[in-house]
Design a protein around this ligand. Structure first.
Ligand SMILES: Cc1cc2nc3c(=O)[nH]c(=O)nc-3n(C[C@H](O)[C@H](O)[C@H](O)COP(=O)(O)OP(=O)(O)OC[C@H]3O[C@@H](n4cnc5c(N)ncnc54)[C@H](O)[C@@H]3O)c2cc1C
Length: 416
């Protein structure tokens, strides 16, 4: 009919209104509390698995390789998009439910899956994400001042500082590329350019993030691919680029970029950061265990249960799906928690999944409100430099209620 309902904005309003930790309903269960269940990785998938197991009375043990729980949302997604206090509040809530999180415990370095089994863990959830960046595979990639986005963002967000060049070139078109570019702007780069080999319409990053990056001065150069990182006296001085055009459709349903007829050209840069995808390092974490991988090199897991080729090992989130989203990871963690409980107890205890009756009176004859989608308020561009203050500003209650009233209530209409 018109633009979609701003579900994220409405949810954001509700979360902003919640200033205290409210523990959800937990069903105490002495037998479950004694069972040993391990969760590896305290990202959205692992924390969600822990949260739902805790609701069923389990006390799962989470092992996290980094010094802070939270996964990519704390390690790489910049604070101007996701304030850290909100994340800490949620982690504290999960700990308050009886979940124990051990940090600086890395699978493959400090313990092994087989070791957990030997210690009596009956089920293990593998939620290690897709922690490493992919390589570009062009000459010059080994030079100093060439980094990948995951490592760069992790350096800044976890260790507290990252070195930044004057003229920064970011390669890629997803959220990681845009987050890197906007982080570079905030850390004081003089110019930041994003190179993407397809067109803007194909960029996987959220459209509003791309737009805000441009408002902050980032140059988006589409249909351009790097072919070599150029150095002078061992120092990066530019990226040799090839103009691209779009050819036939590929497996992903997008048109495959191919080199255009023009000659390559060099764009000056003294730092290059690549954000062209992420991978799992199976050899490091599986330690020779025969766990089946999928064709993309991630853990092969049943999409409904997260069960892997080993009957005690579950997986979900990016580790199984490849780079995806926080919501998908949270859903994967929940599905695995329900499946682990069903395997250990033989019962389906997921009480929170029962169909909820809508308790808001609804007039089936009423038409949804007809006015445009509400926009998020934004911090003015001139107040975004040299800081990581939140860019999207909260709505007032009036805006949130007006936006919610644009809902067509398809759920209600479908049932009736
Ligand atoms: C820069 C960037 C921006 C993004 N922006 C968005 C966005 O705007 N919206 C969105 O929905 N999604 C976004 N995503 C994707 C989203 O962050 C991921 O899909 C999501 O975090 C996956 O959750 P996960 O729990 O599977 O993995 P992760 O979040 O990666 O968490 C895995 C956890 O496991 C730990 N770990 C890894 N290896 C080991 C080991 N060997 N031993 C112990 N612990 C280990 C890691 O330290 C980490 O804490 C973005 C991703 C990136 C990189």
């Amino acid at each position: 009919m018109d633009e979609p309902l701003s579900i994220r904005g409405v949810k954001r309003f509700m979360v902003d209104e919640e200033t205290t930790i409210q523990l959800p309903e937990v069903r105490p269960n002495e037998t479950n509390a004694r069972r040993k269940v391990a969760i590896i990785g305290a990202g959205p998938a692992g924390l969600s698995c822990a949260y739902f197991l805790a609701r069923l009375g389990y006390r799962p043990q989470v092992f996290e390789g980094e010094s802070r729980p939270g996964g990519m949302p704390v390690q790489t997604i910049p604070a101007y998009r996701l304030p850290r206090e909100i994340l800490s509040l949620e982690v504290r809530m999960i700990e308050g439910m009886g979940v124990i999180i051990a940090t600086n415990q890395r699978l493959g370095r400090d313990f092994t899956l087989q070791g957990l089994r030997n210690q009596g863990y009956e089920a293990v959830f593998l939620g290690v994400g897709a922690p490493s960046g992919l390589h570009l595979g062009v000459p010059g990639e080994d030079l100093k001042s060439v980094d990948d986005a995951i490592r760069f963002l992790r350096e800044y967000n976890i260790r507290g500082s990252a070195s930044i060049g004057r003229d920064v070139m970011v390669v890629g078109g997803g959220n990681a590329a845009i987050d890197t570019a906007r982080t570079a702007v905030r850390l004081g780069a003089r110019s930041v350019t994003v190179l993407y080999r397809r067109t803007r319409d194909e960029m996987p990053a959220y459209a509003e993030e791309i737009e805000e990056a441009e408002h902050e001065g980032v140059v988006i150069k589409v249909l351009t691919a790097p072919v070599e990182i150029v150095a002078k006296n061992g120092r990066v001085c530019g990226v040799k680029c090839q103009a691209m055009t779009l050819g036939e459709f590929d497996r992903s349903g997008r048109r495959r970029p191919k080199a255009a007829a023009e000659e390559p050209f060099v764009v000056p840069a003294d730092q290059v950061i690549t954000a062209i995808g992420q991978k799992l390092e199976p050899a490091e974490i599986l330690d020779g265990l025969a766990v089946t991988l999928n064709k993309d090199g991630f853990i092969a897991a049943d999409p409904l249960t997260g069960r892997t080729s080993l009957d005690w090992l579950y997986s979900g989130g990016d580790a199984a799906m490849g780079p995806s989203s926080v919501v998908e990871a949270v859903a994967g963690g929940e599905r695995a928690a329900v499946a682990i409980d069903a395997q250990l107890t033989g019962a389906g205890h997921a009480f929170w999944r029962k169909d909820r009756e809508c308790d808001v009176p609804f007039d089936p004859g009423a038409d949804p409100a007809k006015y445009p989608r509400a926009r998020m308020g934004l911090l003015p561009v001139e107040r975004r430099r040299n800081n990581f203050n939140e860019v999207e500003q909260p709505w007032t209650e009036t805006v949130a209620i007006c936006e919610a009233k644009r809902c067509l209530r398809c759920d209600f209409r479908d049932k009736n």
